[in-house]
Design a protein around this ligand. Structure first.
Ligand SMILES: [Zn+2]
Length: 330
């Protein structure tokens, strides 16, 4: 359980964390990737970027360059993408040239030549989802690891990646002219029930000091889209029951941090990988959550888990300037 105890300034808050550590065991149905951090201890460092694939346009290339600089400075182990990987309509096939022009030829810095653990966003579902999920892409660029629901075990952390798209009612009942590729998802209610059950099971079996969940849609956001009611109702209670420390998402093209009222869970939006929506925000309801930080421009997030009870998060802008930092202590 990570606890938000005090705030020293608008740019810095301290989170106090206590942990119970038991014996590790197998995790449930989600496939698990063991990421070896090759360090003397189990510390982990990674970057998070979302909503990015636009052939380098809308400052995608500039954000990528700064990710390379920060990645080198903090010695990252991997990168997480929170989805909406290829605009506007995902990839057409595994041979779609946009895989190169929006990914391989954009994130070229040496420090970014690490695994990219990736979920799908709603724009990815407007293309051929199976193309992005296909191992064939890894033959073209061995960094690419994209699945619907999976776990990465890395040092002190278990990171649970979930596909939030099928939870959103509007994509089924109010899709307008958008054509979502729901192959592999239907019947929907069965799929959603399985995701909830498997996530609950996997979290209950995890003995990692840090439990982090990643999905595309926000639970708490004052960005353009705001909170996603369906996952607040269906996923958040599972995260709370298992004392997950962080939920990280994209979808809203901004950078933001909310915490729950108790300060025990952090909600982090990193959706500033390319086009931003300046001044498109709302204050919404945000029941049981309080805003710590909001920035309506481009950028990304770094996460360092220094020990089983200490970590640090930093949001950066398109110039690589640190905008906001959270220190974490046991
Ligand atoms: Zn989205």
């Amino acid at each position: 359980m990570a606890r938000l105890c005090s705030s020293t300034s608008s740019n810095s808050v301290f989170i106090w964390t206590c942990f119970c550590v038991l014996v590790a065991s197998n995790l449930a149905e989600f496939p698990r990737i063991k990421h070896n951090t090759h360090r003397n201890d189990d510390s982990v460092a990674f970057l998070v970027v979302g909503d990015w694939g636009r052939d380098g346009n809308y400052n995608q290339s500039r954000v990528a360059k700064q990710m390379g600089e920060v990645g080198k400075k903090i010695g990252i182990d991997f990168v997480i993408s929170t989805g909406d990987n290829f605009y506007d309509t995902g990839l057409k096939s595994v041979n779609d040239p946009r895989f190169e022009t929006s990914f391989s030829k954009i994130y070229t810095a040496k420090s970014l030549q690490k695994p990219w653990y990736t979920v799908l966003g709603n724009h990815d579902y407007l293309g051929n989802t199976e193309a992005q999920l296909s191992p064939a892409l890894r033959k073209m660029d061995n960094r690419w690891h994209c699945k619907r629901n999976f776990i990465v075990g890395a040092g002190y952390a278990d990171i649970f990646f979930i596909d939030t798209n099928p939870f959103v009612n509007d994509y089924f009942i109010n899709a307008k002219k958008q054509k979502f590729d729901w192959k592999g998802i239907l019947p929907r209610e069965n799929y959603l029930a399985a995701v909830r059950k498997d996530l609950d099971s996997a979290l209950s079996k995890s003995r990692a000091p840090w439990k982090i969940v990643v999905g595309h849609h926000p639970m708490r956001s004052m960005g353009y889209h705001g909170d996603t009611r369906e996952i607040v109702d269906q996923i958040l209670p599972i995260l709370e029951a298992h004392k997950v420390e962080m939920y990280i998402n994209g979808h809203d093209h901004c950078l933001e941090h909310f915490s729950n009222r108790k300060g025990s869970m952090q909600f982090l939006t990193s959706g500033g990988g390319s086009k931003a929506w300046k001044n498109k925000f709302h204050y919404g309801v945000h029941n049981n959550a309080s805003k710590q930080f909001y920035y309506d421009g481009q950028g990304f997030l770094s996460v360092k888990l220094i020990s089983r009870d200490k970590g640090a998060l930093v949001f950066y802008d398109v110039y690589g300037k640190p905008l906001y930092s959270i220190k974490v202590k046991a």
